[in-house]
Design a protein around this ligand. Structure first.
Ligand code: DLZ
Length: 172
């Protein structure tokens, strides 16, 4: 469905696993700070709402979105995190900088995920203008920070399930 037709942050609370014993990293880009702060707010509120403890959320700030991947790598090396969430906002301008940055972050986070086996979440707004960014950071199209938090919790739970860390009721 085209993103213009729905609020992307709508989700069913009951389908989200508890994050009460999970450790998260948030890497926050300072470029377009007003927007990324709103993404951060949506993200942290959602993690806490689903049981994450404030002391189990580690935050690192980076100058721009291009630095998100390296920031994520550094943060995940410092703590044994269940998932790392990267938040940034790249707005199209007169040059093609946005394409290089967006592609680099997408490729970088994919590689980190594959090589470490841990979830690295792409919470990057890649918009044509500031208005679109506002609409996706707490506006009429929801908040990508919220979506990123839900994705992180679900992927962390999947990883724990796969590694047998999650206790499942088997038999009687
Ligand atoms: C240089 C740059 C430009 C032009 N635009 C953005 C942007 O819209 N969003 C963003 O997060 N970062 C931007 N940057 C900065 C780069 O991400 C990076 O920080 C610098 O190129 C230094 O590596």
């Amino acid at each position: 469905m085209a993103s213009s037709l729905k609020n992307l942050s709508s989700y069913n609370d009951k389908e989200v696993p508890s994050a009460s014993d999970m450790l998260f990293g948030i890497v926050l880009s300072e470029w377009n700070a007003e927007i990324t702060h709103s993404l951060y707010q949506g993200c942290i509120d959602t993690l806490l709402k689903h049981g994450a403890k404030e002391e189990n959320v580690y935050v690192a700030r980076v100058p721009g979105s291009f630095e998100l991947t390296t920031g994520a790598r550094i943060l995940s090396g410092q703590h044994n995190l269940d998932a790392v969430i990267c938040l940034g906002c790249v707005i199209k301008g007169e040059t093609s900088h946005d394409e290089y940055i967006n592609q680099a972050v997408a490729t970088g986070l994919t590689n980190l995920g594959i090589t470490t086996g841990k979830p690295f979440i792409f919470g990057l707004l890649t918009t044509n203008d500031e208005q679109q960014a506002k609409e996706r950071s707490g506006g009429k199209h929801g908040n990508k920070g919220t979506e990123a938090a839900i994705t992180a919790i679900r992927m962390a739970a999947l990883k724990r399930e796969a590694s047998g860390t999650t206790k499942k009721k088997i038999g009687f």
